[in-house]
Ligand binder design. Structure first.
Ligand code: BG6
Length: 489
C-alpha cells in the first residue's frame, strides 16, 4: 500500500474518459485503501457546475461503471470543482487558491498531479498556464498525465512536446497508453524473462513469425469527428500496437527498472525497418468497413456514421508486416492487424515457432501443426501453448494438444482496469508503463511514412464487410510469405 498524498486535478472532468474510466478507477483505489485520507480531486472543465453537481456526476459515473455505493459519501467528500476556460489566467489563479486550501486541509505535502483528459489541442496552453500561473511551483511533486493522441505526426508531436516541456521535465510527464496498463500486456515481460523455456527460443532461429491482432466489434460510436482525422493507423497502431511489438521484441533489460526497460523498447523501435513510397503497398493494407451483420445485428457502413464524411477515405482497419532489422529478429515478420466492426472483440498475440527440421510423421496425411504460443490479452487473459502429442491408439497418430493458463481463474477475480493501475503508478511516480518521448517520436517516424503515402493514394472503400475479419488483402499479406492468420478464438 502506497497511499501517496496528492491532489489530482482532472482537466476535462465533465467528459467521457473521466466518467467512464477515471472516477471509477479512483473509487476502486479508494476502496482498496490505496488512496485514502490524503487525497483530493479537483474536477476542472468549462461548464459552470457547482460542487454538488460535480459530486453527483462522479457518483453516477461510479455506479454506472461498477454498480457499487459502498463508502460513497466519504469518497465524494474529497471531490471539488472549478470552472475554467483554459486560456483565462484568473481562473488558474483561483484554481491555485483552491489547490493551496486543499493542500492544507488534506495534508497533501504539496504533491500535485495534473491529468489532461481532454482534446490535445489544449495541452500546450494548459501546460504553459500551469507554469506561468504558479500551479507547478510547489514544494511537493508536480506531474502531468496526458492522454493520446500525442500529436498527429512527428512534427506536431514535437511541437506539442516542446510546449509541455516548458512546464514539466520529461521525468514529470506520464503519457498514457492504456494498453500498457493491461494485465497481460504487462505479463509479456514475465512470460519472456521469468521462464527458462521461452527466452532461448525467442529469436529468428526458432520463431517463424509473430501475429498481433486487436479486433473490435464496435464502430466509431460518437467519435466520428476525432476518428476522421486519425484513422486506425494513428488511433491504434502508432501507440498500442507498436508498444506490444516493442515488448515482444526487446532484449532482456539488465534490470526491470523504468529506464532500462524503456531503453530496450526504444532500440526495437529504432530497428524497425521504415518502409516508404510505393513499397508500402507490399507491407501495409488499409480497410474501411461497409455495412454488415455482427451477431445477427445489422450495422451501417463507416461512411454513414455520425460526423463522418460520406466519401471518407479514413481507414478503420490496418494490417501490416513489420521487420525488425537486428540480430535477433532479422527475417522474422511481425504481422499486425487492427480494425473496427470486425467479427470479434479480441486482442491476441500468436508466436509461431518454426517447423521441426524433419517430419517423422509424414506417413499420416496431415501436416504437423507448428508449435504456437498464444498470449490472450483480452477479453480472456492467459496463455496457451500448442504442442503435438501422440493420440491414444495407433503408433503413428498424433494430435495437437493445448496447455492453457487463464489469468482470470488464477487470480480469482477480474483483474483491475488498466486505468486503475496506471493512475496508481502515476501517483507513486512509477513511469515504467507510460510512453517516453523517444518512443513517441520513433513511432511517429515509422507511421508518418505510411500515412503520407496513403494520403497521396486512394483505396476503393468500403472494402470489408462489418462482421468480417477485414479486407482480403490482409490475408494475402501473409499468404505471399507462406503463412496465414491463425484464427483468433
Ligand atoms: C483507444 C482507441 O485508444 O483504444 C479506441 O482510441 C479503441 O478507438 C480503444 O476503441 C480500444 O481499447 P480496448 O482497451 O477496448 O482494446
Amino acid at each position: 500500500q502506497t497511499d501517496t498524498p496528492a491532489l489530482t486535478i482532472i482537466f476535462g472532468a465533465t467528459g467521457d474518459l473521466a466518467k467512464r474510466k477515471l472516477f471509477p478507477s479512483l473509487y476502486n483505489l479508494f476502496k482498496k485503501g490505496e488512496i485514502s485520507n490524503h487525497f483530493a480531486c479537483v474536477g476542472v472543465a468549462r461548464r459552470q457546475w457547482t460542487e454538488q453537481q460535480f459530486r453527483n456526476h462522479v457518483r453516477e459515473s461510479v455506479i454506472a461503471a461498477i454498480h457499487s455505493n459502498e463508502q460513497m459519501e466519504e469518497f465524494l467528500s474529497h471531490f471539488y470543482y472549478q470552472s475554467l476556460d483554459v486560456t483565462n489566467t484568473e481562473a488558474y489563479i483561483e484554481l491555485l487558491q483552491l489547490a493551496n486550501q486543499l493542500n492544507t486541509k488534506y495534508h497533501l505535502n504539496g504533491n500535485r498531479m495534473f491529468y489532461l483528459a481532454m482534446a490535445p489541442e489544449f495541452f500546450g496552453t494548459i501546460a504553459e498556464h500551469l507554469k506561468r500561473d504558479g500551479l507547478t511551483d510547489t514544494n511537493g511533486f508536480s506531474r502531468l498525465v496526458i492522454e493520446k493522441p500525442f500529436g498527429h505526426d512527428l512534427q506536431s508531436a514535437k511541437a506539442l512536446n516542446e510546449k509541455i516541456r516548458t512546464a514539466f521535465r520529461e521525468s514529470e510527464i506520464f503519457r498514457i497508453d492504456h494498453y500498457l496498463g493491461k494485465e497481460m500486456v504487462q505479463n509479456i515481460e514475465a512470460i519472456r524473462f521469468a521462464n527458462a523455456l521461452f527466452e532461448p527460443l525467442w529469436n529468428s532461429r526458432y520463431i517463424s513469425n509473430v501475429q498481433i491482432t486487436t479486433s473490435e466489434t464496435l464502430g466509431v460510436e460518437e467519435r466520428g469527428r476525432y476518428y476522421e482525422k486519425n484513422g486506425a493507423l494513428r488511433d491504434m497502431v502508432q501507440n498500442h500496437v507498436l508498444q506490444m511489438v516493442a515488448l515482444l521484441a526487446m532484449e532482456p533489460p539488465i534490470k526491470l527498472t523504468t529506464d532500462e526497460i524503456r531503453s530496450e523498447k526504444v532500440k526495437v523501435l529504432r530497428a524497425m525497418r521504415r518502409i516508404e513510397g510505393q513499397n508500402i503497398q507490399h507491407f501495409f493494407v488499409r480497410g474501411q468497413y461497409g455495412a454488415g451483420k455482427i451477431n445477427q445485428e445489422q450495422q451501417i457502413s463507416y461512411r454513414e456514421e455520425h460526423n463522418v464524411d460520406p466519401e471518407s477515405d479514413t481507414e478503420t482497419f490496418v494490417a501490416g508486416k513489420i521487420l525488425i532489422d537486428n540480430f535477433r529478429w532479422a527475417g522474422v515478420p511481425f504481422y499486425i492487424r487492427t480494425g473496427k466492426r470486425l467479427a470479434k472483440k479480441s486482442t491476441k498475440i500468436v508466436i509461431q515457432f518454426k517447423d521441426i527440421p524433419m517430419n517423422l510423421y509424414y506417413q499420416t496425411d496431415q501436416p504437423l501443426t507448428p508449435n504456437l504460443l498464444v498470449i490472450h490479452i483480452q477479453p480472456d487473459e492467459g496463455i496457451t501453448l500448442y504442442l503435438n502429442a501422440k493420440r491414444v491408439g495407433p503408433y503413428l497418430d498424433r494430435t495437437p494438444v493445448k496447455l492453457s493458463f487463464s489469468n482470470n481463474r488464477f487470480n480469482g477475480i477480474n483483474t483491475p482496469e488498466a486505468y486503475e493501475k496506471l493512475l496508481y503508478d502515476a501517483l507513486r511516480g512509477d513511469a515504467t508503463n507510460f510512453t517516453h518521448w523517444d518512443e513517441v517520436a520513433l513511432s511517429w517516424n515509422f507511421i508518418d511514412a505510411i500515412s503520407h503515402h496513403w494520403a497521396e493514394t486512394t483505396e476503393k472503400f468500403p472494402n470489408y464487410e462489418a462482421g468480417s475479419m477485414g479486407p482480403k488483402q490482409a490475408d494475402q499479406l501473409l499468404e505471399q510469405d507462406g503463412f496465414f492468420w491463425w484464427p483468433i478464438d
